[in-house]
Design a protein around this ligand. Structure first.
Ligand code: ADP
Length: 271
């Protein structure tokens, strides 16, 4: 206070906390108002980081689309080449659209502003429904998709969000496993919770990468070009939103298991 004449505000860090201090001279002494602004600073930091990542992730597909456009403008292309380039442009645009949709869903979930309907969902039934659709992709890749269990597996939640969780986990197992792989999707009851387990005997995930896979935009190096690194972040956000949790176990060369635990009843969760 002695260093600051008149009213002033300063901020400093102590033991990982950000403290803001307002100093006001009073008639007989000085008033110091201390505020812990750690949460606000952390939010600003993660917003900045998110903006940086979004612009970085959008640049690559946008510059591909722009490059393909220039090719069409510059060269006399055969009908075949035109079709090939149109397909590439559509693929990149679809990837961008999925990325933007997933990203907005994540933001909405984070701010609890989703418009989803909350009810008691029969998770076993929902898993069967989604797997009927996903099975087409598995069959095309020469994989076997097995669905097991599912009796008496209620979850208090949103059918839309839970469908996206199932699609992402089973979709990843299909996307990352080779032909001939077996993917098992098991739903079972464990006391007050319903468990969903997606197991594949695909490539597995490196031990160093495993702790990072639920981060936004994180992709294991060498995972190929079809992905945004947002799918598992969305799975985690959806599990959190339902008052549940998700974990992954994996071994390179042997496969991966993703386990989601969701409360059967959750009276406080209605949006
Ligand atoms: P995306 O699939 O778009 O890259 P995700 O967030 O869904 O993003 O997954 C993050 C990373 O985790 C992926 O890049 C992939 O390397 C790895 N991964 C996810 N699921 C599996 C799986 N079943 N088998 C092997 N690797 C996986």
């Amino acid at each position: 206070a002695q260093d600051h004449d008149g009213e002033s505000t300063l901020e400093f860090r102590r033991n990982d906390r950000h403290l803001e201090v307002e100093i006001r001279p009073m008639d007989h002494g000085t008033l110091g108002l201390f505020r812990d602004v750690t949460a606000a600073r952390e939010l600003e930091r993660s917003r900045r980081e998110m903006q940086r990542m979004v612009s970085h992730e959008l640049k690559t597909p946008l510059s591909s689309i722009s490059g393909f456009g220039s090719m069409i403008e510059t060269y006399e292309l055969s009908r075949e080449e035109q079709l090939r380039i149109a397909g590439l442009i559509r693929g990149e645009a679809d990837r961008l659209a999925t990325m933007v949709r997933t990203f907005l869903d994540l933001e909405l979930l984070g701010t609890h502003q989703g418009t989803e309907q909350w009810a008691t969902i029969d998770l076993g039934g929902l898993v069967e429904e989604r797997c009927d659709i996903l099975n087409a992709a598995a069959r095309e890749a020469g994989q076997h998709l097995h669905v097991e269990g599912g009796d008496d597996c209620p979850v208090a939640g949103s059918a839309d969000l839970l469908a996206r969780l199932i699609d992402n986990l089973v979709g990843n197992a299909i996307k990352y496993s080779p032909g001939g792989a077996t993917i098992r999707v098991v739903t079972r009851r464990l006391g007050p919770a319903t468990i969903l387990e997606v197991t594949d005997d695909g490539p597995g995930i490196d031990r160093d990468a495993l702790p990072r896979i639920f981060e936004r935009f994180y992709r294991v190096p060498g995972s190929g070009s079809s992905g945004s690194g947002l799918g598992l972040a969305l799975v985690k956000e959806i599990s959190d939103r339902h008052g549940g949790c998700v974990r992954a176990a994996s071994e390179v060369g042997r496969g991966s298991t993703f386990t989601v635990e969701l409360p059967c009843e959750n009276p406080g969760m209605e949006a």
